[in-house]
Each structure stands twice: as C-alpha cells, then as structure tokens.
Design a protein around this ligand. Structure first.
Ligand code: GDP
Ligand code: MG
Length: 182
C-alpha cells in the first residue's frame, strides 16, 4: 500500500515506527492515535498498527502507523515491515546512549528496505527525564543534519511534541505525494 484511496478519506498511507526496544515507540503511538486506537496483534504478522486521520486543507489524510510487536528486541524486523512505508519515526531514548549509537544500524535498514524518498523524523524521546540525559539535544540535531532528517525531542509521558512529530511527518508526506500526483 502506498498513497491510495479509501472510502473514509481522500488519501491513505503507511508510516512506521522504528528504533531500539523500550525507547517509547508504542507509547508515542498510543498518545498520537488515542482518539482512534486499534491494535492488530496477530502473532503471525507480528505487527500492530493504529490509524489517525487529519485534515490538510480540504483533504482528509489517513495515516496507518505500524508499530513493531517487540521483534526489534531480536533485530528480527522483516523487509515487509518497511515495504510501502512513506514515512518513519526513528526513535531513540535520550537517557540511553546505546539507543542513539544504534541509530546508524536502523538508518542502514531503513535505506536498504525502505523507499528512497521516505520522510524520516528523528525522535529523541523521554525529554521529561532531563536529569538522566545521556544524549544532548545538539547531538541529535547534528546527526539529523548530517543524515538529512527532521529532528524533535519528545515526551510520550508528558505529551510533549508528540503530536508535532507525527504531524510533521504526515504533512511532509502529503506535500511530497501531492507534488508527484500533479
Ligand atoms: P517500545 O519498546 O519502544 O515500544 O517502548 P514502550 O512504549 O513500550 O516504552 C518503554 C518504557 O519506557 C515503558 O516503561 C514506558 O512507560 C517508558 N516510556 C515511554 N515513553 C516515555 C517518556 O516519554 N518518558 C518516560 N519517562 N518514560 C517513557
Ligand atoms: Mg513497543
């Protein structure tokens, strides 16, 4: 599924959450999708997803956002997880440096299996835990610049910047896709 049509909306597309285990991916998604939350946890697929519709101009855009069902723990995410995704939130935990160091691996996978023009937002989560911070905001910003990504620090716990991070991704995807269909 890419950018396609659906009864309830003008556009429907897939986006994914990626990053180390326990960085807060599932909490970010449930924050964002709380008004229309749906979990599909078939073990055979090993994927959960939620929908959220937003309005841009007079169009209703529906994002189907995929979350891992813990496979990232075993680095066992398959190429089908990435397939067709137009956007990704690449998440690390600002209080665990290893989750930041591992971003290179995740970026490598994203670029190997994902679309070349995928919109990637780098997300430093758990900004509420400033006292145990191991990765500075500048480091996140710098990596994002080097890799050509957007960057935001968030707190799923305090609901800081969560809406902004997802909306940024969705708006950017819409921009790119509507330019293509002109
Ligand atoms: P996932 O494995 O990446 O899906 O991570 P989860 O969403 O399951 O979260 C892992 C742990 O981090 C849980 O104990 C959450 O309560 C906690 N957590 C997630 N987001 C935040 C946050 O923004 N701030 C704080 N303090 N804890 C968080
Ligand atoms: Mg999870």
């Amino acid at each position: 599924m890419a950018y396609s049509f659906d009864d309830e909306c003008d556009y429907l597309f897939k986006a994914i959450l990626i990053g180390d285990s326990a960085v807060g991916k599932s909490n970010l998604l449930s924050r964002f999708a709380r008004d229309e939350f749906r979990l599909d946890s078939k073990p055979t697929i090993g994927v959960e997803f939620a929908y959220r519709s937003i309005k841009i101009g007079d169009k209703v855009i529906k994002a189907q956002i995929w979350d891992t069902a813990g496979q990232e723990r075993f680095r066992a995410i398959t190429s089908s997880y990435y397939r067709g995704a137009l956007g990704a939130l690449l998440v690390y935990d600002i209080t665990r440096r290893s989750t930041f160091s591992n971003l290179k691996k995740w970026l490598h996978e994203l670029r190997e299996y994902g679309k070349s023009d995928m919109v990637i937002v780098l997300v430093g989560n758990k900004s509420d835990l400033g006292h145990s911070r191991e990765v500075s905001e500048e480091e996140g910003q710098k990596l994002a610049e080097t890799e050509g990504l957007c960057f935001m620090e968030t707190s799923a716990l305090e609901s800081l910047n969560v809406e902004e991070a997802f909306l940024h991704m969705i708006t950017k995807i819409h921009e790119i896709s509507s330019q293509k269909s002109l």
